[in-house]
Design a protein around this ligand. Sequence first.
Ligand code: GDP
Length: 231
Amino acid sequence: MALHPLQNAEFLTTAAHDAQLPEPSHPEIAFAGRSNAGKSSAINALANRTRLAFTSKTPGRTQHINFFRLRSDALLADLPGYGYAAVPRELKEHWQQFLARYVATRQTLVGLVLVVDMRHGVADLDRMLLDAYLPSGRPVLVLATKSDKLTPSAARVAAREMERQLHMRFPVHASRIIVVAFSALRHVGIEQAETVIAQWLGIVDTRATSAAAKEKAPPSRGVTRGPKRRS
Ligand code: GDP
């Protein structure tokens, strides 16, 4: 299978509390982040469909976990953005507990993608989510997004620094925390993110295998083609 694990995702269902979660059957990846961090844009850039995650932004759905089915039958769970100042405290607590419970206990969850605005860094609510999630022994990919707001070299430095700080904060789980500089706007970090997500989902990286095969193959005298691109 080509390595665009999020391409052609279809909306499946939405859940506001535990009883509404879909039956755990296929592997699941979750996207989380503070509201306005750039989570919807990141999902859309990876799914290559401009309106996919906007389903989550329709009124009434912003407090839900929205589930999408991927081509591999895996699920993508788009977690509600947290950190709205205007939300009443009780509702905020309900979301936080719902999310913390979901990331800590969801049996089929194989990886968490945490979207963080690179300029603002990891916030308290991000750390709370990681506190709930990491003891489950599963990996996290942090997309340090809006990297286009910095120069490429400053963005790389900022991503490495974010990773260093997270490793210091969660030393026991450091080997399972990766930070990638990302820009939905400029399509930076897409392939790296896809590679990590595909690995989590057990999807074979045909780009890697075809690159390895090319290295082994004798030099061709004919016309060579690059890897197939998305249209
Ligand atoms: P969400 O609330 O986390 O889903 O965030 P959105 O994806 O809706 O993005 C919030 C704002 O950040 C919007 O104005 C986006 O256009 C902007 N944004 C998102 N990703 C990027 C990015 O990679 N680069 C830049 N410059 N802006 C971005």
